[in-house]
Ligand binder design. Structure first.
Ligand code: N01
Length: 480
């Protein structure tokens, strides 16, 4: 064990949750930590996603750290670039830069009897008492396994690797995928391109939530009355929580959500297009898409919804099952992510590999721990998402819990804490039973599902989540 009062904490990732963990440590008086960030700057998903029309579908007033409200959001649903600036501002304001090693990729973390050893891509080693993985849930682009993908003659890129050197003006652009990302990209480019062809494998329920610009007067009011902003933050979270209750099994709310989505579909004038866009699974089974402008965009004369199965990609475009070649100049892959994938190896007690523990059906302890991996904590890992709830709120609850564990170590109450496997298995069984009551068991395919096709989301109400993570229960751990 290193410094007793300030356990040394190694954090992987300087996105929303890694920065949060750093700030919480500083606020608790612990300066003995280091954040490893493989990229040259902070921001995580908001640094990596820069596609046109990128915005967050959580109310902007609620999409901040609770202790750092932002009076300056320009829209009701904040745009990607302003969110990125918000996190960069937090990094500066809380003085995190000296604690962050940028352009430093961790390749391996190994538990060595009573501490963690970290190895970076440049061969540097570091050691700490606690390891926090804040590496992001949706971070590794999912490149579709479509024959001929590499043969496409024009520019082809994933939405999380948007190529801004490609001028889309006057081009025929193909977009594969119809998730939250594609539903923003299509309205974002439709005015600029000659044609947009949206390749849909499965229709999505789309909830139109009116967006608007925040007036100068309102921003001034938020500056002048910080209590108003705090109130709006709470209110925004409350609305998201209500919304999530529908997803978590409240049939009345779910019907209300579906009615909103159906009303959105009624705005599609062409019955054939409407039919193609209508899902055959319950609303919110996949993560609900929030978009005010998708319905209008897909009805534009230069927008074409393609529902024929993609057979292959050829140099000139996309060939569908009906033999038709959709000729394209640019191909955009809005095909989502491989969730929770880590690009570093984590080796726990007895040489156990985290990747094996997570393969198929992951075993987590109360969303933050993993049996066999002492003093290892995960922020926003498997089982963390709760409906469309703000992930910042989730991560705050988790970071506060982790901080308490670190403080137990700092006070010398224990040196290491390893979640008990029997406890984690029993909790997992409870979750699996509960998941059967949620809309995620509605028979659709989504990134919420694990390798066995089971949802790895948090199936209880938000209040339950907060209660579960209020304080560590030592009886749940093997401790030294
Ligand atoms: O990814 P997705 P996303 N051939 O996994 C299709 C967050 N987010 O990037 O449905 C053809 O949802 C796939 O088809 P199917 C949010 O949590 C938030 O859009 O599997 N198609 C699907 O249509 C979101 O849930 C915001 O049949 C293929 C699409 O690609 C999460 O990120 C904005 C295919 C993938 O959809 C991920 O969203 C953006 C193939 N081989 C993202 N493979 C906001 O806050 C996949 N697809 C607004």
């Amino acid at each position: 064990m290193t410094a007793a009062a300030q356990p040394r904490v190694l954090i992987i990732g300087a996105g929303m949750s890694g920065l949060l963990m750093g700030i919480r440590l500083l606020q608790s008086g612990n300066t003995n930590f280091r954040i490893f960030e493989k990229a040259p700057k902070a921001g995580g998903t908001w640094r990596e996603n820069t596609y046109p029309n990128l915005a967050c579908d959580v109310f902007a007033v609620a999409y901040t750290y609770s202790f750092e409200p932002n009076p300056d959001w320009n829209y009701r649903f904040a745009r990607g670039d302003e969110i990125q600036k918000y996190f960069e501002r937090c990094e500066r304001k809380y003085g995190l830069a000296p604690f962050i090693s940028y352009s430093t990729a961790v390749t391996e973390a190994r538990w060595e009897k009573d501490h963690w050893e970290i190895l970076t891509a440049s061969g540097e080693r570091d050691r700490g008492d606690v390891l926090v993985s804040a590496a992001g849930a949706l971070h590794h682009p999912n490149y579709p396994d479509i024959p001929g993908l590499r043969e496409f003659a024009g520019p082809c890129f994933h939405t999380a690797r948007w190529d801004h050197t490609v001028d889309l003006r006057g081009k025929r652009v193909g977009v594969i995928g119809t998730g939250s990302t594609a539903s923003q990209v299509v309205p974002g480019i439709v005015d600029k391109v000659a044609e947009v062809h949206l390749f849909q494998r499965t229709p999505q329920w789309v909830m139109p939530t009116p967006d608007r610009k925040v007036s100068q007067a309102e921003r001034a009011r938020r500056h002048r009355f910080p209590w108003l902003l705090r109130l709006q933050h709470r209110l925004g979270l409350f609305l998201m929580e209500i919304f999530s209750r529908g997803v978590l099994g409240n049939r009345l709310l779910l019907r209300y959500l579906e009615a909103g989505c159906r009303a959105n579909l009624r705005a599609i004038r062409d019955p054939e297009l409407r039919r193609k866009l209508t899902p055959d699974y319950p609303a919110a089974c996949k993560r609900l898409v929030i978009s005010e402008d998708f319905a209008a965009a897909i009805q534009r004369d230069n927008a074409h919804l393609v529902t024929e199965r993609i057979e292959r990609i050829e140099p000139g475009g996309v060939r569908t099952g009906d033999g038709h070649l959709h000729e394209l100049d640019v191909l955009v892959l809005a095909t989502g992510f491989a969730p929770y994938k880590l690009d570093f190896e984590v080796i726990g007690a007895g040489g156990r590999r985290l990747a094996e523990r997570m393969a198929g059906s992951p075993l987590m302890y109360r969303t933050v721990g993993v049996p066999g991996f002492p003093n290892y904590f995960v922020l926003f890992g498997p089982y963390s998402p709760i409906g469309n709830m703000s992930i910042i709120e989730n991560s705050e609850v988790q970071a506060n819990y982790v901080l308490q564990c670190i403080e137990l170590i700092g006070r010398g109450v224990l040196r290491s804490m390893n979640p008990r496997e029997d406890v984690a298995l029993a909790l997992k069984e409870d979750m699996r039973r509960q998941i059967r009551n949620t809309v995620w068991a509605g028979g659709c395919n989504s990134w919420y599902l694990d390798g066995n096709g089971e949802a790895v989301v948090y199936p209880f109400q938000y209040a339950h989540f907060r209660r579960e993570l209020r304080a560590p229960l030592l009886a749940d751990f093997e401790t030294t």
